[in-house]
Design a protein around this ligand. Structure first.
Ligand SMILES: NC(=O)C1=CN([C@@H]2O[C@H](COP(=O)(O)OP(=O)(O)OC[C@H]3O[C@@H](n4cnc5c(N)ncnc54)[C@H](OP(=O)(O)O)[C@@H]3O)[C@@H](O)[C@H]2O)C=CC1
Ligand SMILES: O=C(O)CCC(=O)C(=O)O
Length: 477
C-alpha cells in the first residue's frame, strides 16, 4: 500500500513529493509499502483542519460521538485479519499476537464509545445554600498523538479513542516502522463517517512531524509513548508553551521468584514476559531475581524452555518469536549483549543473530552472574534478553528490584501472603502483578509508571479522562 496522509477527511500526498519504503523486518524481500515523508507544511494543514473541526465535534453529545466509535469498532472487527497481517509485516510481531492486539483495539473502541454516556462531573455542596455548584469536564481542543511501533494498533487506539470521545480532535503521527497499520485503522473511522478534520494522520520523521506537534501553539495537548530521550524533549517543549502533556516511556521490569513459588509457572511467565514480541514491550521482563535456594533449578528450567522457542517468520504457523522490528533494534540488542559479556556476565544461551536468515532475527538470550551495577541490569534493552540475579531475603530482592531508574511494571511469584503484601507496598512500579507475568495491561485499568517511566500520569480506563479533559467548576445562583 502506498499510504497517504489523512488530512481533513482526504487522503493527501505530501508537499515534499517524497516517500519512504517500509520493509518487513522478518523478510527483507517483502516491501510492505511506502509512506509520505511529510513536511511542516503538511503538518500545518492537519493542525488547521483539526482546529476547524474542534467546535462542531465538541458540541455533539457524547452519545453521538460514541456512535462513531462503535461503528469504527465494528469495521475494525470485520477487517481484523487484514490489519493484523499488515502489522506483522510492518513490525515483525507474530500473527497470533497482532490478531490479539487487533481484538484489543476493537475492545478499546467499544469501551471508550460507552464513555460518551458516563458522568462528566460531580455535584459539590456549596457553602451558599441557595446555590448549585458542580464540575463539568471540557476537551483540551486539538491533541497531538505520537506513537511507537511496538503496539501499532493498541497504543494509537488507547490514545485516540479517549481523545475523541471526550470531544478533542486529533493529529496523529504514527511510528515510521508501522504507519500503514494505523492507515488501516484510520480507514475504519473514515468508513464510519467520522466528520472531516476530527482525525488527521501525518507520517514522516519524528524530528520533523513529532517535534512539530510538540512545539505547535495550536496543539493543546500532546500524548507520547516511546523512548525516554524523545519523551523528555516532547515534555519540555509542551511545558515551555503551557500545553498539557503525557509521556509513557521505558521500563526495566523485574520478576521475583520466591522459593515457595510454583516454579514451572514462574519460569513460563518469565519466558513469556521476556521474549513475547521479541522482548519489545515497555512492560517486558528483563530481570529475573531468583531466591538463592532455587536459583539453579529455575535457571535450568529457563534455559531448557528458551532452547525450545521457535524463532522465525512471524507469518508462519508455529513460530513463537519473530524478528526484531528493525536493524537498529537488532544492533541495539547486540550492543547490549556485547556489553554484558565485556562487563563479566555469563551467557547461558542465545546472544547472537540467527545467520542465513532473511531478517533481523536474534536468538533469545539469558545472562547469568549479573551484578546490579552492570549496564544490562540497568538500561532498557528492548530486545529478547534477560538477566538472572540471586537473592537471599525478600528485602534483598526488593532492594535489587528497586535499584533502577525505571518503575513501570513488576511481578512476583510466591504463595506467601506476607511476601505478596511487601511486594505490593514496597515495589516502586505503576503495575505490580502477583503470580502473573510483568506484561499484561488491561484496557479498563489505569496504566503508567513511577520514577523515569512516565510523566506520573496514567492512561487507559477512566484515568484517560484526567488527561484529555480540563475541569470547569460551575457556581449557579
Ligand atoms: N515505552 C515504549 O513502549 C517504547 C520504548 N521504546 C524505546 O525507544 C528505543 C528506540 O525506539 P524508537 O522507535 O526509536 O523510539 P522513539 O522514542 O524514537 O519513537 C517513538 C515515536 O516518537 C517519534 N519521534 C522520534 N523522534 C522524535 C522527536 N525528536 N520529536 C518528537 N517525536 C519523535 C517517532 O517517530 P519515528 O518513528 O518517525 O522516528 C515515533 O513516532 C527502543 O529501543 C526502546 O528502548 C521504543 C518504543 C516504545
Ligand atoms: O504490555 C502491554 O500490553 C502494553 C505495553 C506498552 O505499553 C508498551 O510496550 O509500550
Amino acid at each position: 500500500m502506498n499510504m497517504k496522509n489523512f488530512i481533513n477527511g482526504i487522503w493527501t500526498t505530501s508537499a515534499s513529493n517524497k516517500t519512504t519504503d517500509i520493509i518487513n523486518p522478518g523478510n527483507l524481500q517483502d516491501k510492505v509499502g511506502t509512506f509520505q515523508d511529510s513536511t511542516e507544511e503538511d503538518l500545518q494543514q492537519a493542525i488547521q483542519s483539526a482546529k476547524n473541526a474542534k467546535t462542531p465535534w465538541r458540541k455533539l453529545s457524547g452519545a453521538t460521538r460514541g456512535q462513531y466509535l462503535y461503528k469504527a469498532a465494528d469495521i475494525l472487527e470485520k477487517n481484523a485479519d487484514e490489519v493484523a497481517e499488515i502489522a506483522t509485516r510492518e513490525m515483525g510481531k507474530t500473527l497470533p499476537e497482532t490478531k490479539g492486539e487487533t481484538a484489543r483495539g476493537v475492545a478499546i473502541l467499544r469501551y471508550y464509545a460507552g464513555e460518551g454516556m458516563r458522568e462528566e462531573g460531580d455535584v459539590i455542596p456549596s457553602t451558599d445554600s441557595d446555590a448549585l455548584m458542580f464540575t463539568k469536564r471540557f476537551p483540551l481542543g486539538v491533541v497531538g498523538v505520537i506513537t511507537p511501533w511496538n503496539f501499532p494498533i493498541a497504543i494509537p487506539l488507547w490514545k485516540t479513542a479517549p481523545a475523541l470521545i471526550y470531544g478533542n480532535t486529533v493529529v496523529i503521527k504514527p511510528a515510521s516502522e508501522s504507519p500503514i497499520t494505523f492507515a488501516k485503522i484510520a480507514e475504519c473511522f473514515e468508513e464510519a463517517g467520522l466528520p472531516a478534520g476530527v482525525l488527521n494522520v501525518v507520517t514522516g520523521k519524528g524530528s520533523v512531524i513529532g517535534n512539530g506537534l510538540s512545539i505547535h501553539k495550536e496543539v493543546n495537548g500532546v500524548t507520547f509513548t516511546g523512548s525516554n530521550a524523545v519523551g523528555r524533549t516532547i515534555g519540555a517543549n509542551a511545558l515551555q508553551r503551557g500545553a498539557k502533556y503525557q509521556l509513557e516511556m521505558g521500563g526495566k521490569n523485574p520478576v521475583i521468584v520466591e522459593k515457595d513459588a510454583d516454579l514451572e509457572a514462574a519460569a513460563d511467565a518469565t519466558i513469556s514476559g521476556a521474549f513475547k514480541s521479541t522482548g519489545q514491550k515497555c512492560t517486558a521482563t528483563s530481570r529475573a531475581i531468583i531466591h538463592q535456594d532455587i536459583y539453579e533449578e529455575v535457571k535450568q528450567l529457563l534455559v531448557e524452555k528458551t532452547q525450545k522457542i521457535a524463532v522465525g517468520d512471524s507469518l508462519e504457523k508455529d513460530v513463537w518469536m519473530g524478528p526484531c522490528a528493525s536493524k537498529s533494534q537488532l544492533d541495539n540488542a547486540l550492543n547490549y549483549i556485547e556489553k554484558g559479556k565485556e562487563e563479566g556476565a555469563a551467557l547461558l544461551c542465545g546472544g547472537e543473530q540467527i545467520e542465513d536468515s532473511n531478517g533481523y532475527y536474534l536468538k533469545p538470550t539469558i545472562f547469568d552472574q549479573v551484578d546490579n551495577n552492570m549496564t544490562i541490569a540497568q538500561e532498557e534493552i528492548f530486545g529478547p534478553v534477560i538477566a538472572l540475579m540471586p537473592y537471599s531475603t525478600m528485602e534483598h530482592a526488593l532492594d535489587i528490584a528497586n535499584d533502577v531508574d525505571y518503575g513501570l511494571s513488576a511481578a512476583i511469584f510466591t504463595k506467601n501472603v506476607q511476601n505478596m503484601l511487601s511486594f505490593i507496598d514496597d515495589m516502586d512500579a505503576g503495575l505490580v502483578r502477583v503470580n502473573a507475568e510483568s506484561a499484561g495491561v488491561e484496557l479498563q485499568a489505569p496504566f503508567g509508571g513511577m520514577k523515569q517511566s512516565s510523566s506520573h500520569s496514567r492512561e487507559q480506563g477512566q484515568a484517560a479522562q484526567e488527561f484529555f479533559t480540563d475541569i470547569k467548576t460551575v457556581f449557579v445562583k
